[in-house]
Write a protein that binds this ligand. Structure first.
Ligand SMILES: [Zn+2]
Length: 302
């Protein structure tokens, strides 16, 4: 290519750039800046996200506590896994599996329902045995781990004794005395759950634990809420678990389910049948039965 041709090409390019800038500045002069952002704000406000993922708090060691939501219906159902950490790691794994399932099958959520899932309320305790941040799988569980020690949060507190229902500084876990924290909600994990519930006021809350093969109702000082019995029986019948209206194996103080009962929110404890299986088919049937319970009859027929 000759030097003359290069100069001609450079000249054409320079002219093009000049024209482009001129046109750009003209457009800006004509179009009022304010109109475009106004339209976007209006349309954004009308669209509710169908699924969300957020961090609702931090554990004692600073690990994020995540919550996922699916659907936009007025009836809020909350599911919580991992309360007893690595000792009941299958409860968190079941909750993560539901997150995957609803992501892949958003159409199964009825239009009346919003599903909220906190898959792991006690991430420090699962980390102790998995050594893994965030989501883990069954293969991350070492076969010889001391799972009982992985029940407590990083302060050594049994989180399901740290809620504001008959709270005492020490409580029981089977024949053993466990720490319930320095006050009700002294632990950031319990406080995060309390605040999340206050934000959304769910119709019902299901806590996944293991292992007893039963669904338990809940109560604090005022007895079992009538709707709690309906939720318990509905889930237990569909899943094929036993239904236990009153837990009296040993006295428990400060449990999350009892706290929810005290503020008028039906809550049940679903105890998986062992400490390794997620009982997927059983729990899917239980959750679908709750969907039907909280869906207007004509919505299912549509
Ligand atoms: Zn448990």
């Amino acid at each position: 290519m000759s030097a003359r041709n290069v100069l001609i090409i450079l000249g054409i390019v320079a002219l093009g750039v000049l024209l482009w800038f001129l046109r750009d500045s003209t457009t800006q002069d004509i179009a009022p800046e304010a109109s475009v952002p106004d339209i976007q704000t209006e349309s954004d406000a009308k669209v509710e996200p169908v699924s969300t993922q957020e961090v609702i708090g931090k554990s004692v060691a600073g690990r994020p506590i995540e919550a996922y939501s699916f659907g936009t219906g007025p009836k809020e159902l909350l599911f919580v896994g991992g309360m007893h950490g690595g000792y009941e790691w299958n409860s968190a794994l079941l909750a993560y599996t539901f997150v995957d399932y609803f992501r892949a099958n958003p159409d199964v959520i009825p239009e009346d329902v919003t599903v909220r899932i906190i898959p792991n309320i006690n991430p420090d305790a699962t980390f102790r045995i998995t050594g893994k941040e965030g989501r883990f799988t069954a293969s991350d569980i070492p076969s010889e781990a001391d799972l009982a020690q992985a029940r407590f949060n990083a302060n050594g507190v049994d989180l399901n004794r740290n809620f504001d229902c008959k709270w005492q500084p020490q409580s029981m876990w089977r024949g053993r005395v466990v720490s319930a924290g320095t006050s009700a909600f002294s632990e950031p994990e319990s406080a995060a759950l309390r605040d999340y519930v206050a934000q959304y006021t769910p119709e019902a809350v299901v806590f996944w634990h293991s292992q007893a093969n039963n669904v338990y109702a809940s109560e604090c000082e005022e007895g079992v809420l009538p709707q709690t019995l309906v939720v318990m029986q509905t889930y237990a019948n569909a899943a094929g678990y036993g239904a236990v209206p009153s837990f009296d194996a040993y006295p428990i103080t400060g449990d999350a389910e009892g706290y929810l009962a005290s503020i008028g929110i039906p809550a049940v404890t679903v105890e998986l049948q062992n400490r390794t299986s997620i009982d997927w088919d059983k729990n899917l049937a239980g959750v679908e039965a709750l969907f039907a319970l909280y869906t207007k009859p004509n919505t299912l027929a549509r």
